[in-house]
Design a protein around this ligand. Structure first.
Ligand code: HEC
Length: 207
């Protein structure tokens, strides 16, 4: 223990000590200085969110912006869907989204589990190619097919529609659900829809 230091002044008979602060007190003080620097860097320079979940969300949103930034807003029209159906890079991306979100009900290859088979020509809620994105976005059958509009980016909905359209005609080996709904016409070809468009008939493309 350091010796008590008595100061040599005296007021009304009262004297005071001048002792240094204890080491542990200094330690805490310097800790707060170090902490504040770390705090500053974390929250004011590289702020990501209060919690790990929030930081993840921020990162995911940024990632998505980067991902979809160059492609612009995708719209639900036959030309867009038919174009992305042939885009290997985006269809690989869509495959992962399908495996993460859809396979539990539709099977890894779309053969159907509790949700219908997406590989045959029979559909319950789809008559034309643009109906797929609507079903994905808004769900069907009172929610047994969930609505994905709050869980998927709008561009992802279109990519998933293209992926589902692409599953048609790719029969699954092994177990799949029997046909449900009605058989529908084949998808149009890209030439058909862009040809229809150039005749300046707006809306005609989706017939
Ligand atoms: C919780 C189970 C479940 C999940 C998860 C699910 N679906 Fe479905 N889906 C269904 C059911 C059930 C139906 C049939 C609805 C009906 O009876 O009208 C359906 C129908 C569909 C249809 C219309 C098929 C038709 O014949 O009309 C499409 C397209 C579809 N789902 C795509 C998807 C995609 C893409 C995902 C993932 C993003 C997904 N589904 C995730 C259960 C699911």
């Amino acid at each position: 223990m350091p010796q008590d230091q008595l100061l040599d002044h005296e007021y009304d008979g009262i004297q005071e000590y001048d002792n240094p602060c204890p080491g542990w007190w200094h330690a805490i003080f310097w800790l707060t200085v170090v902490f504040s620097a770390a705090y500053f860097l974390f929250f004011h320079v590289g702020y990501n969110g209060w919690t790990v979940a929030e930081a993840w969300q921020t990162a995911a949103a940024e990632d998505q912006k980067k991902l979809f930034g160059t492609m612009g807003d995708l719209h639900n029209n036959p030309a867009t869907i038919l174009t992305y159906m042939d885009d290997t890079k985006w269809m690989n991306y869509a495959k992962n989204v399908f495996l993460a979100n859809c396979q539990s009900c539709h099977g890894p290859d779309g053969g159907g589990v509790v949700g219908p088979n997406l590989t045959d020509d029979y559909y319950k809620n789809v008559n034309k190619i643009t109906d797929i994105a609507e079903v994905v976005k808004n769900g069907a059958a009172g929610g047994s097919m969930p609505a994905w509009k709050t869980r998927l980016h709008p561009n992802e909905v279109i990519l998933m529609a293209a992926y589902v359209a692409r599953l048609r005609g790719k029969p699954v080996n092994g177990q799949c659900r029997p046909p449900e709904g009605k058989p529908i016409e084949r998808w149009p070809t890209l030439a058909e829809v862009t040809g229809a468009k150039s005749k300046a008939k707006p809306g005609g493309a989706s017939k």
